[in-house]
Design a protein around this ligand. Sequence first.
Ligand code: ADP
Ligand code: MG
Length: 776
Amino acid sequence: MLLIEEFMDNCYELSGDITENNLKALIEYIDDNFERIDDPLLSDFVVRKKLEEFRDYIVSAEKLPTQRVLNRLSQVRGMVERFKYNYLTYKIECLDGYNPLDVAIKYAKGVGPSRERLLRKLGIETINDLINYFPRDYEDRRKIIPLMYLRENEKVTTKGIIKSVEKTRKDNLVIISALLQDGISQVLLKWFNQEFRELEIKQLIGREVYVTGTTKRGFFGAMEIQNPEVSISDTPERTILPIYPLTENLSQKVIRKIVSDNIGSACNLREVIPQEVLEERKLVDIHTAYAGMHFPKSVFHQKISRRRLAYEELLLFQIALFLSKANIQQIGGIAKEFTGELSKKFISQLPFKLTNAQVRAHVEIQNDLKSQNPMNRLLQGDVGSGKTLVAELAIVDNYEAGYQSAFMVPTSILAMQHFQKVFTHLTNLGIRVALLIGSTSQREKERIKFGLKNGDIDVVIGTHALIQEDVHFANLGLVIIDEQHRFGVKQREELISKGKVVDTLIMTATPIPRTLSLTLYGDLDVSVIDEMPPGRKEIKTFTMRHTRAKDVYKFVREQVTENGDQAYIVYPLIEQSDAINAKAAEEMYRMLTKDIFADIPTGLIHGRMSDDEKNEVMVKFASGELKILISTSVIEVGVDVPNATIMVIENAERFGLAQLHQLRGRVGRGEKQSYCFLIVSEAGEEAWDRLQFFASTNDGFKISEYDLKLRGPGEFFGTRQHGLPEFRVADIISDTELMLLAREDAKRIVENYSDSDIISKVFELYRDRIKFLDVG
Ligand code: ADP
Ligand code: MG
């Protein structure tokens, strides 16, 4: 049983190198397999005829002189492609009388009040939403594989009769299994943690059904299909059916019918990609693409449709980034004048030498400051790579040029710590530094605001307070934002808008794959600190079950009393409530200080304490007065105490890897050997694997790549990430190649098609993003 597209793809493969032998192999393949082609499309006279022509063209080459044989062979690939585009795809048929796109869903064909309610539950408010409601998968019924021919690890559709259903439990899993038989063989269908399936499948006992899913070997070697889709065999056979994400009381059958009745409205979509680009990038037109997303004629059709729509999304987004960047440059910045003597002096006073990467980043920043265009730079570097120092250098240069700086960080602990560092470093250069956080007293706030407004203060370091309070600057020239992913684009823009023309430096310790950074920061220039200060040792990381926590505490005790080291013990977010998390840390604090750490100065810090209290504890820990710090994840970001060498993380399975990496980055900041212990309470196999992976590497880039794949970008960045566009089709992690194409094309399109539909569509979608930067 062979589908036309499989046959064609095989011919394509066999005609790679143009040699006589290959032609022989190809002809042999065609002779052996042509009769095996069994495809619903064969009933189409034209398709059958074209297919035969294709066969005859190749097979008859056998008798020709060599040169002509090779000539023919070199045509094959082109013929296959043309055949696929011409006969394995189709366009939506555009007749009159389809609803415009903005019509409310209740006026769609086949939709009454109750279906309207269900569709709205899915976020479908208009016809446009409906035709953009894409399937999450497909059921390929062109090829029904009999049960006895199922092979392992393949996505298949098969057919049989449901004989029985049963529910079992194993550990935390509820398993629904059903027996599927045809006259000859049988397999088990299995669903994990989908209890509702029991009832659903019971109703199908005795009926013939189609089953689509991936085959697996179960225990005892029997074939299973896990978490399959099941549907009754009363829809037209032998097509590719879409499987939509659904809500209760709405069946695949019903939504397929609604989409199919209304898909004609897609004719009202305008083609925004210029014809020339479509051709060059081998992209199908928009009407072929919508047909192929919902009711593809072939797998090929579905794939090129997805590709086209993903490309379009990425292209629109890249154009938006390009426009906003062009906007910034148009505004023009201030070419700052400074000699760099002051930052040289600062560097000469440091107890260490800058790393080459730091020097490079500093030079790039200096050039930006001096340039006519405003700086928009991302400073990327793993935790502990010395970004803060580079930020200080930028502040010094900016000061020398006669401008104020604002440095915004996500937590008050971090603000206080940065303040202490910057204050000690810069005061003796004559730079006046202030700290502004939520808990700063009202009088102090007034004093600082006054100082910033009349120019008596040169640098302000703070939290969100910098934008929440009514702060004005005499001449703000530089904005630095630390741990950018914790802020939204809006907040960054708000701070920037406090100056007339501001240079911006954004710092992040979350190393991300290139595609993603092009998405998030495509409108920024990037400096990477890819080198750690010398003498750092790899942090040794261990994962262990909580039953062995005592051994870890004992180790902490030894290191602290015998080596003079310091340690963190961190408790995770147990709930989204600071109160409960604080309590867990408090309890542990009480327990440990009564017992194993009774004679060791131990501190406690959590989000429920006031800023002053937090600061007092941090200062004591930094000075070495406290040896052990028990904490919630408030210390996750940026905290810098180089003498701390042990990081113990309790309930480590509750943290994401990026977060664990941040926490681990609190140690290993000096020259001593550092350790990180992940104490695991309840972890399934998957969580355990994840932690083992984490323990195996200190490379933040590898870790975030792994984490991103596992959790997807939304989870990975957390809800606070606003800069991430939401794509319906494109996948910002796996569509790297398309993203790069789109980026390449964006520039050209802006230049050549400045008044076209595509630019107006970009503005429709991304007006905010572009306008924001317009304000600059
Ligand atoms: P990041 O912000 O990138 O996580 P920090 O700027 O906090 O890193 O630097 C981590 C530690 O390394 C700090 O204690 C800092 O003083 C120190 N440090 C920075 N640059 C160097 C260098 N070139 N050589 C040695 N130590 C450095
Ligand atoms: Mg930092």
